[in-house]
Design a protein around this ligand. Structure first.
Ligand code: SF4
Length: 238
């Protein structure tokens, strides 16, 4: 990471890389109009936006408004550090802090750090928030109804079964719906649909199209996987 700061101002005479330079800044650096103007002029620079504020999300949101107001088009990586939180609190705070900005379209990258949390959890949380805010789809997404009196199969067990066999796939959405009355409408943007259509019977969808009706539920998960394979979205687990 390059420090381009000298006495609170961005210093453009530091040695820089030809391709990309990450400049770590916080709100006070960016409230200096000279710094903002200079950032706009520098080439191959990406801002890494940090905060120490207890209300860091609100502070970082303000920075984005400042950048927009000044017409600053420099890409911004949102960096947050969670050094006191355990894994559960890390996931909760990182999701709400980053997700609230990302869902409004702020930020070009995510950088979460913690000394207490396993790097795998940091990684999966980062990709999870990116997926939830539609910034980057990297794993299978499930749309499932809450189930009600119309559900004619064990929705939780079936969802678990489908998850265990398809969660390694990349970037597809599978709708798992309890009934044919409202299910197809509620999973309208799913790539594949698994919908209860009678006692022990399942109807499969590809997008909005019905592809197979009244499959015995004992064979329906296999049939769903065959359908995914047929459309080229299947890959074997590593
Ligand atoms: S999709 Fe059907 S089963 Fe699921 S909650 Fe809606 S009405 Fe009930």
């Amino acid at each position: 990471m390059l420090s381009l700061f000298f006495m609170g101002r961005i210093c453009c005479c530091q040695k820089k890389h030809r391709q990309i330079n990450f400049v770590e800044v916080n709100i006070s650096d960016l409230l200096n109009p000279d710094n903002l103007n200079l950032l706009n002029e520098l080439e191959n620079v990406t801002i890494v936006l940090t905060t120490q504020n207890n209300h860091g999300m609100a502070e970082q949101r303000r920075v984005f408004f400042e950048l927009m107001e000044k017409g600053c088009k420099v890409p911004v990586v949102i960096k947050r550090s969670y050094e006191k939180e355990d894994a559960a609190h890390f996931q909760l705070y990182a999701s709400t802090d980053y997700g609230a900005l990302s869902i409004d379209g702020f930020g070009d990258g995510i950088w979460l750090t913690s000394n207490k949390v396993n790097p795998q959890i940091i990684n999966s949380t980062s990709f999870g928030v990116l997926q939830a805010t539609r910034q980057r789809i990297s794993k299978t997404e499930y749309i499932s109804c809450p189930s009600c009196g119309r559900t004619l199969f064990d929705l939780q067990e079936t969802t678990q079964n489908i998850r265990s066999r398809t969660s390694h796939l990349k970037g597809i959405k599978i709708g798992i719906m309890g009934c044919i009355v409202n299910g197809p409408g509620e999973m309208a943007d799913a790539d594949y649909g698994y919908v209860g259509s009678g006692v022990g019977k399942i109807t499969l969808y590809k997008g909005k199209e019905v592809v197979e009706r009244s499959i015995d539920s004992s064979k329906a998960v296999d049939a769903l996987i065959e359908l995914i394979k047929k459309h080229g979205d299947w890959m074997e687990k590593n």
